[in-house]
Design a protein. Structure first.
Ligand code: AFD
Ligand code: MN
Ligand code: MN
Length: 432
């Protein structure tokens, strides 16, 4: 019998916090009412918002230097589903998981789908992996995959992506996310345009295999592991590829995959306008692809991105249906704690952005009243919407205070007993 957090514990712990929660909620309701905002409408928005968890996120990540495994970390996709189930149980904002193939390969995908459903989880976009060699693989990805100079290697990478689509169909997914590590570390290593042309040929072969209701998400990344030139380095390359491929191809924005200080919200606005925004990999960063927890370093940037998203949602922008996912590497925290806090920070940004008085903002912009416009944005960002987030969780059967409840539950200690260290733990991003 594996350890599970009992719904009774959620009830008991919530009861201890109920009075303070009611009090804070009523106070915020009065404040928002003065601003002409109905708190109930905001709570409903918080309840409806969802962000997917990547299966690799519940493993401990690492840096290029070391990985320090955590206690009781997941050994396989079954353990990972259990951990993702806890995040959903307590936070109620993460009903889907995004699998990574081949890390999450199993013999029976229908059974895996059932297993996920037993945790009230479904499957989001499938991630292919051609940035590592797998055992038994015919040719190596050392010098590239979908853009490799050798056709045999490109074909092998194409086949892998097609297999991912097939697996995804069994799991109930409707999207394939393609991130490639392909690029060059030296000037002269590759022909920059020939590599892009090969990417297009490979992607066309994959695109042709997409089922009717499927999308392919193209994930750009500025650098790493290719440090001189990445083939799909930026949203311009990604957009060019998506345009050429057709309506089922869209551009995925991983927040960490840009140069520091890049105006990501503007990229998001442009992609919305072009009906090419696939969705997000949320994380935070200071210097590069740091994969830090969402909202931990620059919550204002996250808010500004959501400001564009809510604007598009409310004006019913054509083709706007972004897929939201977290993509972080947890090196020094318990991944479950990081993912719970991150999910809550993402919903926080969404609700804060929903508070912006859009009519007043448009009027300020029309009148070139700079400070008025800026103040409207800051007023929304500075509003502490924590009571709304807690209320949304409570009404959905989650925890008023997920982090404290998780610690009280003893889940990690129980898993440390159940999941003995084998030395081959299936970990997070770098470790596996
Ligand atoms: C790598 C990439 C990218 C991708 C992830 C999973 O930087 O963020 O989404 O692997 O394939 O970390
Ligand atoms: Mn990513
Ligand atoms: Mn990344």
């Amino acid at each position: 019998m594996t350890f599970k957090i009992s719904p009774d514990l959620i009830g008991t712990e919530n009861r201890k916090l109920e009075q303070a929660q009611d009090d804070d909620y009523a106070g915020l309701a009065r404040q928002l009412d003065r601003r002409g905002i109905d708190i109930e409408a905001m709570t409903r928005r918080a309840m409806d918002y969802a962000v997917a968890i990547p299966t690799w996120g519940v493993g401990t990540g690492g840096t290029r230097f070391a990985r320090f495994p955590g206690l009781g970390e997941p050994r396989n996709i079954h353990d990972k589903l259990a951990d993702c189930g806890v995040i959903q149980q307590l936070c109620r904002a993460t009903p889907n998981v995004s699998p990574h193939i081949p890390w999450d390969k199993v013999a029976d995908y229908n059974a895996l789908r059932q297993e996920a459903a037993s945790y009230e989880l479904g499957f989001d976009a499938v991630n292919s992996n051609t940035f590592q060699d797998q055992s038994g693989q015919k040719t190596s990805y050392k010098f590239g995959s979908l853009t490799h100079a050798s056709k045999a290697t490109r074909d092998q990478a194409i086949e892998h992506n097609i297999e991912c689509i097939e697996i995804g169909q069994k799991l109930g997914s409707t999207a394939l996310t393609v991130w490639i590590a392909d690029g060059a570390n030296f000037p002269g290593q590759t022909n920059l345009n020939a590599a892009f042309d090969r990417y297009m040929d490979s992607l066309k072969a994959i695109y042709d295999k997409l089922p009717r209701n499927w999308f392919v998400f193209l994930e750009h990344k500025l650098y790493e592991p290719a440090f001189y030139a990445t083939v799909i380095s930026d949203w311009g390359s990604s957009f060019m590829a998506a345009q050429e491929l057709g309506p089922k191809a869209k551009c995925l924005v991983d927040l960490g995959h840009h140069a520091p200080n890049t105006n990501i919200e503007q990229i998001v606005a442009r992609l919305i306008r072009a009906e090419k925004l696939a969705g997000f990999h949320f994380n935070d960063s200071k210097y590069g692809d740091d994969d830090l927890d969402s909202g931990s370093v620059d919550p204002f940037r996250l808010f500004l991105i959501f400001n564009e998203l809510v604007d598009a949602e409310l004006r019913k922008a054509k083709g706007f249906a972004p897929a939201y996912m977290i993509d972080q590497s947890h090196n020094v925290t318990d991944p479950i704690e990081s993912l719970m806090v991150s999910a809550m920070e993402i919903v926080r940004s969404y609700v804060q952005a929903s508070l912006v008085d859009r009519a007043a903002l448009a009027a300020a912009q029309d009148e070139s009243d700079v400070m008025a416009g800026h103040r409207l944005i800051k007023q929304a960002f500075n509003t502490d919407v924590s009571p709304i987030l807690a209320e949304a969780r409570r009404r959905k059967g989650g925890a008023i205070d997920p982090l404290s409840l998780y610690r009280t539950s003893g889940y990690r200690a129980a898993k440390a007993g159940e999941r003995p260290v084998s030395g081959v733990a299936s970990a997070g991003k770098i470790g596996r």
